[in-house]
Write a protein that binds this ligand. Structure first.
Ligand code: SAH
Ligand code: TYD
Ligand code: ZN
Length: 405
């Protein structure tokens, strides 16, 4: 029997997406032979409702020295994290000598504002390349994985943390028991654990199935996060919906009994109950819509190819690995993908082996159609690439359904 990674309850498979590569595994041509694959499938726990991957990819394969994702790549996200830092400085970090720890600080996009304010902080970032960029931005970083053992040494060295924060990182970590033991060691008695991740409610509602890939191990809801916090002796005390990355929720977790539970928690739990977020019928409907998107997208790309139209991808996102590999889209349907991240350029996208090129290639000459893989950054990208529209180009989107704009 499959069991839940949080509570060991029975795990029921919801969808099998088939064989998938590492979503961050951008390849040199000589690496194709050795490409790593695993079975991408999700299930839901019958006890705690946590939606999770069924197969776990070893963490050292994903979070490596050359981890390709750079958090500062989007203007919108830079602003989001600056505002987040300013919010912490105004609220939780006003004591005599406050201390904040961030898990998965990446290139220091959030902590640099904290560092500039002269507040004690520590970034925990196992991917050495991005950790070094954070250091060059004036951020103090430990290149460890956060877990019970490292958290204990952070406590020994720094004392208790007022805030432990993580964006788009907690959902990447299967070993949650060790995380909560670490939090218990590191957090001040009245401290808070604040984390934000893609929201299951938005994924289901928008059919954004491309949020499902190797690194995203958990798909949180208020219902499942409340159960998880309780399971480890903590309490979910606040939630806030965020518009970034296609819809996220910021969860605040504290030691049981230390903070009042906000009305927002009760409201979101009731909304999830009314929407049947953990019901078989809801999840079956989601899977049916995923299959329809896949068929519609491939039909459209094949039709455009038959008409002699040119199609390129925009944004070599990790999400796009799920789309190309699930739908079976290769360089015959999408000739290349433009992306501003230097370490992805000149490489082949994982599994699909579609070449990744710098954004300058986009206009040289403009294609007839651009498949917007970075749909979560649509506003920013469409504004930046206005000349493409003016030249008669069209964007293809596949969330919440396949359409041309
Ligand atoms: N917070 C950034 C980066 C998210 S990417 C943002 O929102 O843009 C996820 C990051 O988590 C990666 O940089 C990865 O190296 C890091 N990570 C993975 N496992 C971790 C762990 N156990 N502890 C701390 N960081 C971890
Ligand atoms: P993102 O959607 O943030 O995350 P993930 O890889 O986890 O799915 O990735 C956005 C990608 O798009 C990233 O590789 C950078 C690229 N990008 C551009 O090339 N140009 C842009 O203007 C923006 C905003 C992103
Ligand atoms: Zn469970």
């Amino acid at each position: 029997m499959l069991t839940c990674r949080i509570c060991e309850g029975p795990l029921r498979e919801i969808c099998d997406f088939g064989r998938h590569p590492l979503s961050g595994g951008f390849l040199r041509p000589d690496e194709i032979e050795r490409e790593f694959f695993f079975r991408l499938a999700i299930g839901i726990c019958g006890e705690c409702s946590m939606v999770q991957l069924i197969e776990e990819v070893p963490r050292q394969l994903m979070f490596r020295n050359d981890y390709p994702y750079l958090s500062s790549g989007s203007t919108v996200m830079r602003k989001h994290f600056q505002q987040t830092a300013e919010y912490f400085l105004r609220t939780e970090l006003t004591g005599p000598d406050p201390f904040i720890v961030e898990l998965g600080c990446n290139d220091g996009v959030m902590l640099r504002t904290v560092a500039e304010a002269g507040v004690r902080h520590l970034g925990v970032e196992p991917s050495r390349g991005v950790a070094d960029i954070a250091r060059s931005n004036g951020v103090r970083v430990s290149t460890d994985f956060f877990q019970e053992s490292s958290a204990k040494s952070f406590y020994a060295e720094n004392g208790p943390a007022d805030v432990v924060y993580a964006a788009n990182t907690v959902c990447h970590i299967p070993y949650m028991e060790s995380i909560f033991r670490g939090l218990d060691a590191l957090l001040a008695p009245g401290g808070v654990f604040i984390f934000e991740d893609p929201y299951l409610g938005d994924i289901v509602q928008r059919t954004s199935f491309d949020q499902i890939y190797d690194e995203h191990f958990y798909f949180f809801s208020a219902t499942s996060v409340r159960a998880m916090a309780r399971h480890f002796g903590f309490e979910l005390v606040d939630v806030e919906r965020l518009p970034v990355h296609g819809g996220e929720v910021r969860y605040t977790v504290a030691r049981a009994g230390r903070r009042p539970i906000s009305a927002a928690v009760t409201t979101l739990l009731a909304e999830e109950e009314a929407a049947g977020i953990s019901d078989t019928a809801t999840l079956t409907g989601f899977v049916e819509r995923v299959h329809k998107i896949s068929t519609d997208l491939v039909d459209l790309l094949e039709k455009l190819r038959a008409e002699g139209r040119t199609v390129v991808g925009y944004g070599a996102t990790q999400k796009s690995a799920t789309v190309t590999n699930f739908c079976g889209i290769g360089p015959d349907l999408v000739s290349f993908i433009c992306d501003a991240t230097p370490s992805k350029q000149g490489r082949l996208a994982p599994g699909s082996h579609i070449p990744v090129c710098p954004p300058e290639r986009f206009a040289d000459p403009y294609p007839d159609y651009a498949l917007l893989f970075a749909w979560n950054h649509a506003e920013e990208i469409i504004a930046k690439e206005q000349k493409f529209r003016e030249a008669g180009g069209r964007w293809i989107r596949y969330v919440p359904d396949v359409h041309i704009i």
